[in-house]
Design a protein around this ligand. Structure first.
Ligand code: C2E
Ligand code: CA
Ligand code: CA
Ligand code: CA
Length: 273
């Protein structure tokens, strides 16, 4: 017979130790993937709705598994955040974006690549310094590298705010990602002074039944933010968004995320003159 409290403690200890082991294993696998360059980048075009012309792309990371399948970033980004590997991952993404896309960006000075960052990337200027260095080295203008942050990154604005301000001062456009799905209070939006608002795809699907989407659009307009609609899948959505004054779209209607060379080929056909 064992006192209940001891029993519960043992159970909790066993549970926590299993969880830690699992995280250790995953952390090890992710570290290995970075080392062996098993993470690849895909680029999804962003188009101007009015003209259908490409204006740039968003870099999206993929984890190639040994069996040939790809692991979704939705799974391993969270893991990277929890195991303290996100800074390394972001650095890897940034370095690879330049290795793959700098030449194309130099040839097309109005095009941009957007890179997803995590809140933890905004606790120091290490990544910002790296970006500055790479732009210099490769001759890419700062306005051609946008950074995307989800609303969660603004949960502690006293920490991330000052670094974010330095990104903007340096001329990197800042986008709020997945807008409308987090809990960011609207007052942060005003204080943080971002450039672009990306409307989450949940507000784009079945648009005619969405009552809040027009309000999100109105608010973005009154804050003088540019808007990108995410997850545009059909022509009706595109027409609706265009009619409501959204300038840019991204989604399967235009293209899925493509490997670098395939994106460049796609973009060359959609540059306009
Ligand atoms: P996100 O930033 O919101 O990226 C958009 C996601 O929507 C991508 O999923 C994209 O493939 C998907 N998508 C694009 N067009 C459509 C469409 O028309 N319909 C639908 N239903 N979905 C569409 P993906 O590539 O699986 O990325 C998932 C999330 O992982 C991203 O969401 C982003 O939050 C995160 N992520 C991806 N790459 C990175 C990265 O390099 N760093 C960080 N920190 N996060 C990343
Ligand atoms: Ca994004
Ligand atoms: Ca998004
Ligand atoms: Ca998302």
């Amino acid at each position: 017979w064992m006192p209940v409290s001891i029993f519960i403690s043992l159970l909790a200890a066993a549970f926590i130790s299993r969880l830690l082991t699992r995280m250790q294993t995953s952390r090890y696998r992710l570290a290995n993937a970075l080392k062996h360059r098993a993470l690849t980048l895909h680029y999804q075009p962003v188009v101007e709705l009015q003209s259908g012309r490409v204006v740039g792309a968003e870099a999206l990371v993929r984890w190639q598994q040994s069996d040939g399948t790809q692991l979704s970033p939705d799974v391993f980004i969270t893991l990277a955040e929890q195991t303290g590997m996100i800074n390394e991952l972001s650095r890897y993404v940034v370095d690879n974006v330049f290795a793959e896309m700098a030449e194309w960006l130099r040839e097309h000075p109005t095009q941009h690549i957007a890179i997803n960052l995590a809140a933890q990337d905004l606790t120091s200027t290490v990544l910002l310094d790296r970006l500055n260095e790479l732009c210099d080295e490769y001759g890419v203008a700062h306005h051609q590298i946008a950074i995307e942050l989800t609303e969660r990154s603004f949960a502690q604005p006293e920490i991330t705010g000052p670094i974010l301000a330095r990104y903007r001062q340096a001329g990197y456009p800042v986008c709020i990602d997945d807008f409308g799905t987090g809990y960011s209070s609207l007052s942060y939006l005003q204080e943080l002074d971002v450039d672009v608002l990306k409307i989450d795809k949940s507000f784009i699907a079945a648009l005619d039944r969405k009552r809040v989407t027009p309000h999100i659009i109105d608010m973005a307009r009154s804050l003088e933010l540019e808007m990108v609609a995410e997850g545009v899948e059909d022509a009706d959505q595109e027409a609706w968004l265009h009619r409501h004054g959204v300038q840019y779209g991204q989604g399967w209607l235009y293209s899925k995320a493509l490997p670098g060379p395939a994106f460049i080929a796609w973009a060359e056909r959609n540059l306009g003159q």
